[in-house]
Write a protein that binds this ligand. Sequence first.
Ligand code: IPM
Ligand code: MG
Length: 370
Amino acid sequence: MTDTKKILLLPGDGIGPEVTNATRKVMDWFQKTGRTSFEVSEDLLGGCAYDKHGTPMTPDTLKRALAADAVLMGSIGGPKWDNLPFKDRPERGLLGLRKGMNVFANLRPAPVFDALVNSSTLKPEVVQGLDIMIVRELMGGVYFGDPRGIETLPNGERRGTNTQVYTTSEIHRVARVAFELARKRGNKLCSVEKANVMESGVLWREEVTKLHAAEYSDVQLSHMYADNCAMQLVRYPKQFDVIVTDNLFGDILSDLASMLTGSLGMLPSASLGPVEASGRQAALYEPIHGSAPDIAGKGIANPLAMILSFAMMLRYSFNMAANADLLEKTVQNVLTAGVRTADIAEKGKPTVSTDAMGDAVLKELTKLAG
Ligand code: IPM
Ligand code: MG
């Protein structure tokens, strides 16, 4: 490696700092062994930023995120901030960061590790060998659409409004990412919406179909309504390779998919922006789990989703496939050896703390690297 890459670390709230701590040690291992050349700095995002600065994301934090080569986040939110007005809530910080970084494609892989087949609530034969990739549109749809708000009507009733809205270019750019990924995997893409009831869904289906015909006819494309997709994901998940869907359906379906793999505590994600002329691409990596207030501070959270998010960073932002493979293989071995945090515990077997899981990863890394 020649040039040093800048990484901004945002531990966030709840279990965020705990899983970040374990991940940081893994990052340091890659540094110390000369495999990477990273300059890592930290900042506040979410409730912790609100407590210190009165806003869940300061303009300076966004500036630092934009200047970084990649951003790695822990988790944000918690009951402490639940009653704040929307604009001050931790979630606003995260949405603002995604929007500000222009990361429109959220890759949420859901692979089932062999060692965790029995952690899933579904039967082993349904999930064994499963490997799904959900591509969630991240910057549009009902999360950001206008008009939005809560108003009081003349008759005294209150009305809450959100708008589901997509343009052709928004659909094309995320579908393109999904088609490209499908080509590198099982060559199958399922596009998910509610075209039976929503105009934005009709447009979504038409535009994905057009793009397919024009540029990706070699990929096997299917369409599915979101409700059916939820059902099919638990009925026969192996029918899926890559799924592309909007912001809201993607949020829901990826939580669902995580349970196929055994635990929400296992799944990483990468959010990518457009590739710029310089080759640069904004990227935000985060576990898909939340801040888990119920277990925060106890040191028992599973750090693997964040560690695997770092592996995705190595792969997607820095083209370090060998390092990413090494880290993913390490996680696999640690699980095979039976090391388990509580969320992926085996019946009657002991569990380990967040730190101990991190240490097991470090030990295995050292061993595998020989
Ligand atoms: C996710 C989370 C976020 C979302 C929240 C924390 C704003 O659920 O990343 O899936 O809804 O996008
Ligand atoms: Mg979610």
